[in-house]
Design a protein around this ligand. Structure first.
Ligand code: BV8
Length: 242
């Protein structure tokens, strides 16, 4: 199955990789399904990643993101991120559409990444002031409007995904010749609709996930493997096939 997944890649001129939290699991970033630890044990991420939670208790939400930033700061791209980034030297038009906010695809060297749900390592004003600020510079007060409104530059539940990113993602999928679904439970919308679009197109769709997901019965190849193990083998088989 690894060989078959590699064969699609060897003939590809426009692969798309759609990734979720499982992509970063081997880097040490907890997935959303992993139970939260310590102070955050009694919460579910989706309860804290909302406007309501922020309005109710700004400091608690800010502390939640500082806790996650501390984890992400210690994490590095794993062999899966590096394998996808390395493809760019031999395969044209590699596009990564990620649900992850940890920036690990970008730091692995991928140059065409669509971060659907934003970037946990930047802050922005909750009132829509345009500038993004690297964390730590303006902990709470917006430097533009002066209000106590700074929040992580991520898409919370109930907030829309940037329309331009959705359009770019759909365009990449419509022009792709192979689509990889990696490390996602496919529970969050509208991101999951993008995998649905790829499946509707009828082209080869390969899924890499140790557990089955709502997509698994429809994909061309289901690899019950971890991303950091499977991707280097798939990408290496590309060279063996060359
Ligand atoms: C919106 C940033 C409307 C924040 C995140 C239908 C249509 C539209 C919306 C909805 C809908 N139905 C429900 C909704 C509402 C909601 C939603 O989807 N709720 C879910 C809970 C049902 N969606 C929204 O609110 C979206 N906004 O719709 O706005 C709107 C429109 C116009 C105007 C106003 C409003 C916004 C959703 C984005 C939320 N933000 N992240 C933050 O990070 O703090 S989502 C967050 O959760 C992640 O980014 C990620 O997307 C998601 C978790 O999913 P996964 O990535 O799949 O991770 P998970 O832990 O679930 O699974 C991990 C997988 O990896 C597992 O399968 C596991 O087996 C596998 N794995 C583990 N280890 C490995 C591995 N795989 C490979 N290798 C390994 N080593």
């Amino acid at each position: 199955m690894i060989r078959e997944a590699g064969q699609y890649l060897s003939k590809s001129h426009s692969p798309v990789f759609f990734t979720g939290a499982g992509m970063s699991q081997e880097s040490g970033v907890p997935t959303f399904r992993d139970a939260m630890e310590g102070l955050w044990k009694r919460f579910k991420p989706e309860e804290l990643a909302t406007q309501e939670a922020f309005k109710k208790d700004r400091q608690r939400v800010r502390d939640f993101y500082e806790h996650r930033r501390d984890i992400v700061r210690k994490c590095r791209p794993n062999a899966g991120h590096t394998a996808i980034a390395g493809l760019e030297s031999t395969v044209s038009n590699v596009v990564v559409i990620t649900q992850n906010v940890d920036g690990l695809h970008q730091s692995a060297g991928s140059t065409s990444v669509i971060p659907l749900h934003g970037n946990i390592m930047e802050d922005r004003c909750n009132h829509g002031c345009p500038e993004r600020h690297p964390v730590g510079k303006h902990p709470a007060t917006c430097p533009q409007c002066g209000r106590n409104s700074m929040r992580p530059d991520v898409v919370w539940f109930g907030e829309p995904i940037d329309e331009e990113m959705m359009i770019r993602s759909a365009a990449a999928i419509l022009t792709s010749d192979v689509f990889y679904i990696i490390g996602t439970s496919g529970c969050v919308y509208p991101a999951a609709n993008l995998a649905g679009l790829a499946l509707q197109m009828g082209g080869p769709v390969i899924e890499i996930n140790p557990e089955r997901s709502p997509f698994s019965d429809e994909v061309t190849v289901f690899l019950p493997l971890r991303a950091g193990k499977a991707l280097p083998k798939i990408c290496r088989s590309l060279f063996d096939l060359a």
